[in-house]
Design a protein around this ligand. Structure first.
Ligand code: OAD
Length: 237
């Protein structure tokens, strides 16, 4: 890296949580009880069949109690704690494994499944239980107004201004465990690269936008990410 201490932006996707036991979106047959993920992850689906959408996210929320952060989550938290330059972690994941590993400079651009969002009072509450159509909002007591705090297809991801600014300013952009199928995250590499950053992807297979990365490391995040963090921190000592 020419400039030191460098500013790093890391983007993660479902692949980083795969070794913790959480299913990716586009792996295997990519279906949940016969539904395509896109069919349960839209405001239209929620309007049509809220019970089905709640069931999908309730099942995924319950799983969070059974899984632990893996070596890749822990390595990113260590990098943030020990890196002398600026660091931002942007995740597309709605699980809570990054924060449980210790990450602090973290943006959940697609929301968080461990929060409920009340569309009556617009407040968000921590949530670990199932959400039902009859669950009252703990803030305003409205019934039937809670939804999982998830950014669905067709909705605007969170904190895009902050993310865009960090991408334009960064020296190194790293993408981990994401297929590159969903925008705007899939386009981050091009923004960072256009603004002069080095770019690296670490994924089980080349992502859809693999050609935009200066370097690709192919393998499991649980092995690649700790090795990369060791490499980077060794270069600063
Ligand atoms: P995908 O399921 O599309 O992609 C996961 C990627 O991780 C794939 O390219 C896998 O090859 C890779 N992978 C699997 N296991 C891995 C491992 N152990 N180590 C490294 N890589 C591994 O998931 P995302 O790209 O995160 O959006 O999907 C993006 C968005 O689409 C999600 O945030 C979600 C979904 O619909 C919303 O819910 C709005």
């Amino acid at each position: 890296m020419d400039q030191y201490p460098a500013r790093i932006v890391v983007l993660t996707g479902a692949g980083i949580s795969a070794e913790s036991g959480l299913a990716t979106f586009r792996g295997e047959d990519g279906l949940w009880e016969g539904h395509r993920v896109e069919d349960v992850a839209t405001p239209e689906a929620f309007g049509r069949d809220p019970a089905l959408v709640h069931k999908f996210y309730n099942a995924r929320r319950a799983q969070l109690a059974e899984v632990e952060p893996n070596a890749a989550h822990l390595a990113l938290a260590r990098l943030e704690a020990e890196w002398p330059g600026a660091f931002l972690l942007v995740t597309q994941n709605v699980d809570n494994l990054h924060e449980r590993a210790g990450s602090k400079q973290l943006i959940h651009m697609h929301g968080e499944n461990s929060k409920a969002w009340c569309i009556a009072c617009d407040r968000r509450s921590p949530w670990s239980a199932p959400i039902g159509e009859d669950s009252p909002c703990p803030e305003c007591r409205a019934v039937g107004a809670l939804r999982p705090d998830i950014v669905w297809f067709g909705e605007m991801p969170y904190d895009m201004d902050r993310i865009e600014e960090a991408l334009r300013d960064c020296d190194l952009f790293v993408s981990i465990g994401t297929s590159g199928a969903v925008y705007p995250a899939a386009g981050f590499v091009q923004t960072a690269r256009y603004c002069g950053a080095r770019t690296l992807e670490m994924n089980l297979e080349p992502s859809i936008g693999s050609i935009y990365f200066g370097e690709s490391r192919i393998g499991r995040a649980g092995e690649l990410v700790p090795a990369w963090v060791d490499e980077l921190l060794a270069a600063t000592s």
